[in-house]
Design a protein around this ligand. Structure first.
Ligand SMILES: [Zn+2]
Length: 327
């Protein structure tokens, strides 16, 4: 079975129209969604989890570094509560191991807890088997922690890059319903990646929804959730989100807890890593707070298509985990 060459999935683009909450199960073709709306997402990692600095990311090489999430996460929860919105938190596994109570607080506040992998290492720099083991461990530890299934994944540094990456099939096999890693952005992904949501559909019936991060600036496709988005007036980002939602949502906004810190970065970053971290940081907390109030954000899982078959039902009930997960 494994000797056969990998066959990439078919892409089934979602159709614009009714909000996802108004869909009726069975009306859509398999794997097809129909959604509008706005999804706010947070990649839960420390300031030093940048793939540009391998000695920080790899725990076996990491020097003693000051950490911020223990106080940043409560601040972030307060900011979102004041804005009256809920989000998806893509939690890094090693953060969940260190701060389990904080992750439970995120879930208890009504946010979706999803996975950002266990270690913040690029997917493409590890074998498919290593990637599978990292993600399986991260998913199962998070589920143990919060007491229910984790259905969403985002790769460290968008490192799945393209829909033909066989690691996306691994996510489907491990029981994820969706991925949010394929940025339509030069560098982080591919400019030619679709901007709107779609479903990856494999010949054997496997499926995975893909919800790309929001861009702005038209065909420039600038990331709304990195330094270009921090530099832009928040009204520009809100306008891009409304356009995306109207065309075929959800508009998926991305940020990191360290971006809302009013304090200086508590350790050394150099070169491009420093540029990415520092550019547009002044006043970003205020911008994000405005953006959080400006649109009716909700977690990604609430924008997924209604279940349309056996596989979908697997991911939304307490049925046994897929066989691939037992390994
Ligand atoms: Zn990350």
């Amino acid at each position: 079975m494994h000797a056969e060459p990998y066959k990439p999935p078919r892409l089934v683009h979602w159709t614009a129209g009714r909000p996802s909450g108004q869909q009726e199960a069975g009306r859509q073709g398999a794997g097809q969604g129909s959604a509008t709306g706005f999804a706010l997402t947070v990649d839960v990692e420390e300031w030093y989890h940048t793939c540009l600095v391998p000695e920080y990311v790899d725990p076996s090489r990491r020097p003693a570094l000051r950490e911020e999430l223990d106080w940043l996460l409560p601040e972030l929860l307060a900011l979102l509560a004041e804005a009256g919105c809920r989000a998806t938190f893509f939690v890094l596994g090693e953060v969940a191991t260190r701060l389990p109570a904080r992750v439970r607080e995120v879930a208890a506040a009504g946010h979706e807890v999803a996975s950002h992998g266990y270690l913040h290492l690029r997917a493409g720099e590890r074998s498919v088997a290593q990637f599978r083991e990292d993600v399986r461990r991260a998913k199962s530890e998070l589920e143990e922690l919060i007491g229910h299934r984790v259905v969403g994944f985002r790769a460290p540094e968008w490192s799945l890059r393209v829909a033909s990456n066989p690691r996306l099939r691994v996510l489907s096999e491990l029981g994820f319903s969706y991925d949010s890693s394929l940025a339509p952005v030069v560098g982080a992904g591919r400019w030619s990646n679709p901007c709107g949501p779609y479903t990856l559909s494999w010949a054997d019936g496997g499926e995975l929804a893909e919800l790309p991060p929001l861009t702005f600036g038209g065909l420039l496709k600038l990331p709304a959730g990195s330094w270009p988005g921090r530099l832009a007036p928040p009204r520009w980002i809100a306008r891009a989100a409304r356009r995306r939602a109207a065309r075929c949502g959800p508009a998926v906004m991305v940020f990191h807890p360290w971006e809302i810190s009013d304090r200086p970065t508590p350790g050394h970053l150099a070169g491009f890593a420093r540029f990415i971290h520092q550019t547009g940081r002044d006043g970003y907390r205020t911008k994000l707070s405005w953006l959080a109030r400006a649109l009716p954000w909700s977690p990604i899982e609430e924008h997924l298509p209604a279940p349309s078959g056996e596989q979908r039902r697997d991911t939304t009930t307490d049925s046994p985990l897929p066989a691939g997960e037992a390994a």
